[in-house]
Design a protein around this ligand. Structure first.
Ligand code: ADE
Ligand code: ZN
Length: 349
């Protein structure tokens, strides 16, 4: 086990920014900055119900998950052509590199686009090309996870899977997102079973606004390999024990939880308790263009609010590699890089 050296409190934000990390919970449509929404609206002659970037940004005042999703789906309406999907993903990946993200597993919501008549090939090919180019041009590894919208039916999820299967080599797995309350994981039991047979990796949002019971059923019914958010696990001691002993990771998104009023005050966030209980928790940005910060902002703000230190920082970055779906060789190389970054940081201290 690596012994984490002590780091002066004032140097902690710089360490959080400098350490290599993986991002495992990022909705690519949630990385669309207002400036890019307006540029794409103009390029594609799409009329927006906002007069300016400022007016759109000022609408970003959310009271819960649904109030955010309504604006998020409206923002995605400017995406029509393969190049639009490419440009969106390319912008995110460049921003991630600036935060020392070395690997990203990126969610996309095909049903948001196919419902508007955009072919699924347009979506997947644009995003995939951006991931490939980022590997060679930006030095970041990136892969895609197709998410089913849980407010729609399982039948519609099956239809989406069918449409996507000819491009199965372009995405590594499936997820479940959108409005959580009233749409428990078991609604998607059959489609997740099929994805498992197909060899796809499986994740699901559970326990963001929903109860611990949704986390149990994501694990037991959907047999997911990671839980997205999962912060409501703090209410259930038996669930905490299960997550700690199985090391099924949680992809936690502190600024999202604050902005959607899951934990309106970041000082009340449970990340530190989850880590200290032995869970494989990670830090991620969810929808950075909407929640006021990318991954490093999530790290620095939740650390400042909860008083975590260098040991937690190391654990979170190490967990992000452990929790990823990357190869064992890549994981080993990133873990090594992480240790080096901590050692270098202390030498310069
Ligand atoms: N889609 C985009 N962001 C989401 C979130 N935080 N929860 C559920 N669905 C989402
Ligand atoms: Zn999410």
């Amino acid at each position: 086990m690596f012994k984490v050296p002590p780091v002066a409190a004032e140097r902690l934000p710089a360490l959080l920014r400098a350490m290599p990390k993986a991002e495992l919970h990022i909705h690519i449509e949630g990385s669309l900055e207002p400036e890019l929404i307006f540029a794409l609206a103009e390029r594609n002659s799409v009329r927006l119900p906002y007069a300016s970037v400022q007016e759109l940004r000022s609408a970003y005042a959310f009271t819960d998950l649904q109030s955010f999703l309504d604006i998020y789906y409206a923002g995605a309406s400017v995406l029509l052509h393969e190049q639009d999907f490419y440009d969106m993903a390319r912008a995110y990946l460049a921003r991630a590199v600036a935060d020392n993200v070395v690997h990203a597993e990126i969610f996309f919501d095909p049903q948001t686009h196919t419902a508007r008549g955009v072919p699924i090939e347009t979506v997947i090919m644009g995003l995939h090309r951006a991931c490939e180019d980022a590997r060679t041009l930006l030095g970041i590894s990136a892969s895609l996870i197709l998410c089913f919208l849980r407010h729609l039916s399982e039948e519609e999820a099956f239809a989406t899977l069918e449409q996507a299967l000819p491009l199965q080599d372009k995405f590594i797995g499936v997820g479940l997102d959108s409005s959580e309350l009233g749409h428990p994981p078991e609604k998607f039991a059959r489609v997740f079973a099929r994805c498992r047979e197909l060899g796809l990796r499986r994740v699901a949002h559970a326990g963001e606004e929903g109860p611990p019971a949704y986390i149990w059923s994501a694990l037991d019914v959907l047999q997911v390999e990671r839980i997205d958010h999962g912060v409501q696990a703090f209410q259930d001691a038996a669930l905490l024990q299960r997550l700690a002993s199985s090391r099924v990771p949680l992809t936690v998104c502190p600024l999202s939880n604050q902005k959607l009023r899951v934990f309106p005050d970041l000082r009340d966030h449970k990340l530190r308790q989850l880590l200290d209980a032995g869970l494989c928790a990670t830090v991620n940005s969810d929808d950075p263009a909407y929640f006021g910060g990318y991954i490093n902002d999530n790290f620095t703000q939740v650390f400042a609010a909860t008083g975590m230190g260098a040991r937690h920082a190391y654990e979170l970055a190490s967990n992000s590699f452990e929790a990823s779906f990357a190869s064992a060789a890549d994981k080993r190389a990133w873990q090594h890089k992480l240790k080096e970054s901590f050692e270098r940081f202390v030498e310069y201290d």
